[in-house]
Write a protein that binds this ligand. Structure first.
Ligand SMILES: Nc1ncnc2c1ncn2[C@@H]1O[C@H](COP(=O)(O)OP(=O)(O)O)[C@@H](O)[C@H]1O
Ligand SMILES: [Mg+2]
Length: 301
């Protein structure tokens, strides 16, 4: 059984932009699937069509065995969505945002609050339940979006760049949470720029470029196509870098340095060593667009 079945999906926006050019895609039930692509590739458009925010031009999409054209409300009940842009009321309290969402699915306040307690504690937002959402940090707002998406216990969770703007440590907490959710049976579709994230969590991935799927494979086959990656790390202070074992760093400014990494090594050892030096990292990301590099390699083959 597929959680998502997409056939010959096209989208041409009113201004003539062809955002999707005949996409075929299957996501198996139980999969943790990544949709990878540079800015403008068509990821958000594809998700928008599944969730009903964007009207497709042609083609077919099914969520489990429900055709979106036949019964979109039924399909929606099976989905939880975390959109790319924060879209809750900034003046509403965390708890009210979740209860209101539950209301759309016919879940009463008492049941919603019970479920919300579990999710808010799990995503470390419980203390903030009475705060207006605008008082939350960027990472908290992202997690609130996840709690809200899960309140109806969807069989399919769709996340559009969920860790954009989330700091290193919290990103790991989020990965753990999503992995656990997937293990318990929730199918997850994720779009992201971070290949590291895909390697850590996803089983399968498709690469979309200019509205077309150019690769669709097991993650372990895709990541083997890249060997070296440069990361840009932001930190509160940059010091003692010459003490890192096995890495060559380039200092960019007082809060930034770059490290060249063997892809197979992953980030854990580096993060461990940097932390051990007392350097507090505020952000870590691949330099340039590493997906772009992957595209170039794949297209050359
Ligand atoms: N509402 C819109 N009107 C016109 N063009 C759009 C609209 N939304 C997205 N696009 C265009 O469609 C293409 C795909 O965008 P999008 O789906 O947002 O890509 P991604 O999420 O991969 O960055 C881009 O060229 C983008 O500029
Ligand atoms: Mg997008």
């Amino acid at each position: 059984m597929n959680a998502i079945t997409i056939r010959q999906l096209t989208k041409t926006y009113a201004n003539g932009t062809q955002a999707l050019k005949g996409v075929d895609l299957n996501v198996a039930a139980g999969d943790f699937f990544a949709l990878l692509g540079a800015n403008g590739a068509g990821k958000t458009t594809l998700i928008g069509i599944l969730t009903g925010l964007v009207k497709k031009t042609a083609g077919q999409a099914k969520i489990f065995d429900i055709d979106l054209d036949a019964d979109h409300p039924a399909a929606k009940k099976m989905m939880g969505v975390v959109p790319q842009e924060l879209n809750f009321n900034m003046f509403e309290k965390v708890e009210d945002i979740i209860v209101a969402q539950a209301g759309y699915f016919g879940i009463d306040r008492t049941s919603a609050l019970k479920e919300a307690e579990f999710l808010l504690k799990k995503l470390e937002l419980w203390e903030k339940r009475y705060s207006p959402s605008r008082m939350l940090s960027g990472g908290m707002k992202r997690r609130l979006m996840i709690v809200r998406a899960l309140i109806n216990r969807p069989k399919l969770l769709i996340l559009d760049e969920p860790t954009a703007g989330v700091d290193v440590e919290l990103r790991h907490t989020m990965w753990d949470f999503l992995r656990e959710l997937n293990r318990q049976g929730t199918t997850i579709l994720l779009t992201t720029h971070y290949l590291e994230e895909v390697e850590q969590m996803c089983q399968n991935a498709a690469i979309i470029k200019n509205g077309e799927i150019i690769k669709n494979d097991k993650v372990k086959n895709l990541v083997n196509l890249i060997e070296q990656e440069t990361y840009v790390i932001h930190a509160q202070a940059v010091q003692f870098l010459d003490q890192l074992k096995g890495y060559h760093c380039r200092v960019i400014d007082e809060n930034t340095f770059e490290v060249e990494l063997d892809k197979k090594a992953g980030l854990n050892d580096l993060i461990g060593q940097v932390s051990a030096l007392g350097i507090k990292m505020t952000d870590i990301r691949p330099k340039g667009n590493r997906l772009e590099k992957l595209f170039l390699r794949i297209l050359k083959q």
